[in-house]
Design a protein around this ligand. Structure first.
Ligand SMILES: [Zn+2]
Length: 94
């Protein structure tokens, strides 16, 4: 099947498992250096992926997000990303 070959797999930085790109949420370091939630999944800049809120929390706590994006993340930026992620994961979070 060619469908599988076309799936673009990405690794969640929380649990280190691979998922099809569309199942993950992307966080991007923009060319200007700020850290933002990437709702389109196509923003330019260095990206990192998480599969769930739990993995986002883990990635922030363990500083894996910071390491993956090779930058520091301010509390304000972290709060903003968590807020957007809560919206993006929607009913997955209770
Ligand atoms: Zn995960």
């Amino acid at each position: 099947m060619t469908v599988m070959a076309q799936k673009r797999m990405r690794t969640c930085i929380g649990c280190s498992q691979q998922f099809p790109k569309e199942q993950l949420k992307r966080i991007v370091r923009t060319p200007s250096g700020s850290i933002e939630f990437d709702g389109t999944g196509r923003a330019s800049g260095r990206g990192a992926y998480v599969c769930s809120m739990a993995c986002l929390a883990e990635a922030l706590k363990a500083r894996r997000l910071q390491r993956s994006l090779k930058t520091a993340i301010s509390q304000d930026e972290a709060d903003a990303i968590v807020g957007h992620m809560l919206d993006a994961f929607g009913d997955d979070v209770r």
